[in-house]
Design a protein around this ligand. Structure first.
Ligand SMILES: Nc1ncnc2c1ncn2[C@@H]1O[C@H](COP(=O)(O)OP(=O)(O)OP(=O)(O)O)[C@@H](O)[C@H]1O
Ligand SMILES: [Mg+2]
Length: 257
């Protein structure tokens, strides 16, 4: 039996229902109406959650457009793309350390993962480590005095489902910022359970061991450096070399030609 529109759109329609329909037909209609309302609310909630996740993704205009589908293979690295797709397939419950030469598409892949996850309403946040360090340093004035109204995003970044740390090797760390990085990594490490992890996706031109050596040479606290990079082992889980030539260079050459 087709009863047309599942719920009355006006009071007149409601009266007509009462008048024209048998009690059984009314019951069927009411059930259809309830299901339609639940559907509508569900869809609105889902759309709202996706919009929220997208707003929190922190992707700038350039990388907001980068997706895994727009990562060309070749010249891109098919294995790195497959790993990125696998991360999306498990709803971001796996991290990765993407290491490779300049312009090989590491940030593109990381942004592509964030885009795909936020479309699934998963809280994935992209952070440039240089910008994060600058933000943290701004909490202190030139004389090293803490400013009032300090903004420390560490607690928030510790809580997002998936965190991307872009260009970790390009940032200049100080004793203070390395401690804040430790706090961030340690909180994610401690909060992540077996069933609900807090993975991290890192992009870098170097592997963690090389960065730890550089930190030591710069006189940064060895224990903190080792503790950070040790935790990355679990939070990233896989360490991948992104092979290939610089796409950036290639695009520039094409433009000049
Ligand atoms: N395989 C690819 N397909 C499409 N676009 C690509 C690919 N690789 C890189 N790009 C584009 O080239 C530009 C440079 O890539 P990206 O910034 O991701 O490189 P990177 O590996 O992060 O470099 P760096 O080490 O300097 O940070 C970006 O605009 C990116 O979207
Ligand atoms: Mg990059």
């Amino acid at each position: 039996m087709t009863l047309g529109t599942p719920y009355p759109h006006s009071f007149e329609e409601f009266l007509a229902w009462q008048r024209d329909l048998t009690p059984e037909q009314r019951e069927v209609r009411e059930r259809e109406r309830d299901a339609a309302l639940r559907d509508e609310i569900g869809q609105r909630n889902a759309a709202h959650r996706v919009a929220m996740a997208q707003r929190l993704s922190n992707l700038g205009p350039r990388f907001a457009e980068r997706t895994l589908d727009s990562y060309d293979c070749p010249p891109g690295d098919p294995m790195a793309l497959e790993i990125a797709r696998d991360i999306v397939a498990v709803d971001g419950q796996r991290g990765v350390w993407l290491c490779g030469g300049k312009g090989t598409g590491k940030t593109h892949l990381a942004a592509g993962i964030v885009n795909a996850l936020t479309n699934r309403a998963i809280a994935a946040t992209f952070v440039s480590v240089i910008a994060l360090m600058d933000q943290l340093k701004a909490n202190y004035d030139r004389n090293g005095k803490p400013r009032v109204n300090q903004v420390d995003v560490i607690h928030w970044l510790a809580a997002v489902d998936v965190l991307v740390l872009d260009d970790i090797d390009k940032a200049e760390f100080t004793s203070y910022t390395s401690q804040r990085l430790f706090a961030l990594i340690n909180q994610r490490y401690e909060q992540g359970g077996y069933y609900r992890r807090r993975p991290v996706i890192v992009t870098s031109n170097h592997m963690p061991a090389d960065i730890a050596i550089r930190w030591r040479k710069k006189g940064l606290d060895e224990l903190i450096g080792d503790a950070i990079f040790d935790r990355f082992r679990e939070l990233c889980g896989q360490f991948v070399r992104v092979e290939g030539e610089s796409y950036r260079e290639r695009m520039m050459q094409e433009r000049l030609a």
